[in-house]
Ligand binder design. Structure first.
Ligand SMILES: [Mg+2]
Length: 246
């Protein structure tokens, strides 16, 4: 089933609790990351031998590879934070930059660029008035907790679940099962809203949940098994309001 053959109104009648992914679903992580990297680039003359876009692109690819390794328990959190800069610098031929210093500068800049995805705040708040909601995120506890606080997510979310605390990363079904237990719901009563097809949609479906895929970039996977796909939040609001009143 591709996105065009999905029913206009998915069967969300059984939904009694909705979990959201955090990064790039509610919060624009990618934009904050890229802007923080540009800040780092501009502060270090030794980096300016390369183009800023080259740095952003190389870091993005390296970080993605290392997150896969972290997911597979091949590197620790500290190794990931070190290697994502060290490997990027090595590939780009940049030397004499200490990763600890860069990591600190990067994290400071990153948090200064945090912002909501367009319309996500309004949708999240409105949905939280109709359904109990929670957050389930792959990420590091210390960083994700700062985001919870910064965006006042605990005002709306009944459960805030972080992979590092749960002991498993999406798409592992064990974190979805843990979240279901926390919500006191059966899998078929849960909806997961997330931007990653491989982590959020696949993990949700394998756990028996309903899924809503926030496909902002218009990806077209060969097989789209998400129960609902949207690129603008008013469409998600539309189907949930429709579901709730029928
Ligand atoms: Mg995400």
């Amino acid at each position: 089933m591709d996105s065009t053959s999905q029913p206009v109104i998915p069967d969300f009648n059984t939904i009694s609790f909705i979990y959201f992914d955090l990064d790039d679903t509610l919060i624009d992580h990618k934009n904050a990351q890229d802007r923080a990297l540009l800040d780092v680039w501009s502060q270090y003359p030794q980096m300016q031998q390369i183009e800023p876009l080259e740095f952003v692109t190389e870091y993005g690819a390296t970080n993605h590879r290392l997150w896969e390794a972290y997911r597979n328990s091949e590197v620790t959190q500290r190794e990931l934070r070190r290697l994502r800069f060290e490997d990027t610098f090595q590939r780009l031929g940049i030397s004499s930059v200490d990763w600890r210093e860069i990591d600190k500068v990067y994290m400071d800049c990153y948090s200064r660029h945090w912002d909501w995805i367009p319309d996500a705040r309004k949708a999240f708040v409105r949905i939280s008035e109709q359904y109990p909601v929670g957050i389930m995120t792959n990420g590091f506890t210390v960083i994700q907790k700062k985001k919870f606080e910064y965006f006042s997510l605990n005002r709306y979310a009944h459960h805030l679940i972080i992979s590092e605390e749960a002991g498993h990363l999406k798409p592992d079904t064990r974190i979805f099962n843990f979240a279901a237990e926390q919500a006191g719901c059966k899998p078929g009563e849960l909806l997961y809203v997330g931007d990653s097809y491989s982590s959020d949609v696949t993990g949700g479906i394998n756990s028996g949940w309903k899924t809503a895929w926030y496909n902002r970039s218009g990806m077209q996977p060969e097989l789209n098994l998400a129960h609902f796909t949207f690129s603008e939040y008013h469409r998600l609001l539309g189907v949930l309001q429709n579901t709730n009143t029928t």
